[in-house]
Design a protein. Structure first.
Length: 57
């Protein structure tokens, strides 16, 4: 009996790899993750200040 690759598994792997490449947003590279964290927390603070001023919740 010979071992062959399952065509379904291979197709799923190829599809996953293509989807991962298509879903890249063009954001900062992995080396600059600190920038993402700083900008993310800045956005959280700005939204919190806005919600507090408007009086929602």
């Amino acid at each position: 009996m010979t071992a062959t690759a399952d065509p379904t598994a291979t197709a799923a792997t190829d599809l996953t790899a293509r989807a991962r490449n298509l879903l890249r947003t063009g954001g900062p590279e992995d080396a600059s993750s600190w920038l993402e964290h700083v900008l993310g927390w800045t956005l959280v603070v700005v939204v919190a200040m806005f919600v507090t001023q408007v009086g929602w919740l």
